[in-house]
Design a protein around this ligand. Structure first.
Ligand code: KIV
Ligand code: ZN
Length: 520
């Protein structure tokens, strides 16, 4: 195996803000996108796919502002295979020091049917659109969507066309998560062998996780010669998601002996990004998720605990600090001051501005009054909540009282800010949460359906905070909200209102969901 450093450098292309944000319910605000992009840039991500500029005004503005602010990363915007999309993508990314246009078209028989292009017409379209992009920007990436279900001969032909027209990166998407590791490797080997000019471009891999093989497929493609991995933080993405950045990066680091590849990623920033993306997207990380899950470094069984105490390597293949997890978990209490809170949050990877810290401190004190010990996970849950309860939110809960017990009906008295006016209402329901949700709906009538209502205890004990996740759907779009509180009903109300604020934001920025769905 070749161990030459330059040849073995794998570019990390993060698409959390494009493919990730397309996952139902993961809509992020403008400020959240800018913040995530800055963290990705700082972590050493080579290319950030910041959005799909033609999809909506909001997407365009986010890509443009990310481009303006980027320090090191290449900033990329997605475009379908037409001149209008490409021009719009260029308008957004041109502000970056290092811009890239990524244009794509579905090349498999199923996608050719949809576009009603025959084989030759599609080749002509690829030639024209890639050449157009290349006239605008030196750095052009091209993707044959659904490549893994495209006939091999035709795939060679379209890839050759894109290279000749000026693409410098050829991305091979497994759009529907259909391939398997050996096939993923064979596909890259075949393209490198058969396509004229293949040695002049970077091959990239983009895998979805429908069969749980995305990370394995991406790594197999790299072993075969791909030198760019497209991925997202926490594997966020449509359906079962994408290749998870933290998994591929840590796999190459831990198993460098058999995968001698390097990336520019500062892995100590991974945990912070994972937490932030979970917060802003509303997609909590599953406890047993590889690398970043809450249980990834916990040892429950006696044999494992004993082994770890004697030699940590018996049951740990990476160190928590490698991904930025602090080894210490000293509980904070009601006597802890603002400086201690700032230090603790910084240790957990959260650098807050003064105003944000002030807000979190007030909430921390309120929590510490109710709960003897505030653990790291409590603080993370607290931040998760504040992240989506900004002062600018359209709906804000002012006061909630519920009456519950063995004799129903349960009642909720709610006072809420709706836009500029404060409104109050009493409602009943089948249980305190139902009564509360009814009250919210009476103050903010809407048609959204409740798709998911989930409660988790953050730590042990009857005074533990509850994290509540709510998912709503309307017109095919999904909106999530999360909140945490020692009072489960309060957390539920806030999570519900957070999801409604996202719906409100989305409706007001006129997001073009049909367009968003046209990219895999
Ligand atoms: O999955 C896919 O095919 C995509 C393309 C737009 C690259 O996301
Ligand atoms: Zn995709």
């Amino acid at each position: 195996m070749n161990t030459n450093t330059e040849q073995n450098r794998v570019l990390i292309f993060d698409t959390s803000l494009r493919d990730g944000e397309q996952s139902p319910g993961a809509t992020m605000s403008h400020a959240e996108k800018l913040e995530i992009a800055a963290l990705l840039d700082e972590m050493g991500v080579d290319i950030i796919e910041a959005g799909f500029p033609i999809a909506s005004e909001g997407d365009f503005e986010a890509v443009r502002d990310i481009a303006i602010n980027a320090k090191n990363s290449v900033i990329c915007g997605l475009a379908r295979a037409n001149l209008t999309d490409i021009d719009r993508a260029w308008e957004a990314v041109k502000h970056a020091a290092r811009p890239r246009i990524h244009t794509f078209i579905g090349t498999s028989p199923l996608h050719r049917d949809i576009t009603a292009l025959n084989l030759d017409d599609m080749v002509a379209r690829i030639q024209a659109t890639v050449a157009h992009a290349r006239n605008l920007c030196d750095n052009v990436q091209w993707s044959p969507m659904d490549a893994t279900r495209t006939e091999r001969d035709y795939l060679c032909r379209v890839v050759e066309t894109a290279i000749k027209a000026g693409a410098s990166t050829i991305n091979i998407p497994d759009t529907v998560g259909y391939t398997a590791p050996r096939e993923s490797a064979d596909l890259i080997l075949m393209l490198l062998e058969r396509v004229p000019g293949a040695d002049t471009v970077v091959f990239s891999t983009h895998c979805h996780n429908d069969l749980g093989m995305a990370t394995a497929n991406s790594l197999a493609a790299v072993e075969a010669g791909a030198r760019q991995i497209e991925c997202t933080i926490n594997g966020l993405g449509e359906r079962a998601g994408n290749t998870a950045l933290e998994e591929v990066v840590m796999a190459m680091r831990v198993r460098h002996d058999i995968m001698p590849f390097t990336t520019a990623i500062d892995t100590t920033k991974i945990m912070n990004l994972s937490r932030r993306v979970a917060q802003v997207s509303g997609f909590a990380v599953q406890f047993n998720k590889a690398v970043v899950g809450k249980n990834a470094f916990l040892h429950e069984s006696g044999i494992h605990q004993d082994g770890v105490l004697k030699n940590v390597q018996t049951f740990e293949i990476m160190r928590p600090e490698d991904i930025g997890l602090t080894a210490k978990n000293i509980a904070m209490g009601k006597h802890s001051g603002r400086a201690a809170l700032r230090a603790k949050l910084s240790e957990l990877g959260f650098e807050l501005g003064d105003n944000q810290l002030k807000d979190v401190f007030v909430r921390f004190k309120a929590l510490a009054d109710r709960k003897k010990e505030v653990f790291d996970d409590d603080l993370v849950a607290l931040l998760q909540d504040t992240a989506s309860t900004g002062e600018d939110d359209f709906l804000q809960i002012r006061r909630l009282r519920v009456v519950c017990g063995t004799d129903g009906p349960q009642e909720a008295e709610l006072t809420m800010l709706v836009g500029d006016s404060e409104k109050s209402i009493d409602a009943t329901g089948d249980g305190p949460v139902d009564a509360t949700f009814n009250a919210v709906k009476m103050l903010y009538p809407h048609e959204a359906q409740l798709e998911l209502y989930q409660v988790h205890a953050v730590t042990e004990g009857t005074d533990a905070q509850a994290t509540v996740s709510v998912r709503l759907s309307k017109d095919g779009q999904v909106y999530s909200g999360q909140s945490a509180d020692t009072d489960t009903v309060v957390a539920s109300a806030r999570a519900y209102v957070n999801a409604l604020n996202r719906l409100h934001l989305h409706q007001n920025r006129g997001n073009n969901s049909a367009l968003m769905q046209s990219a895999g």
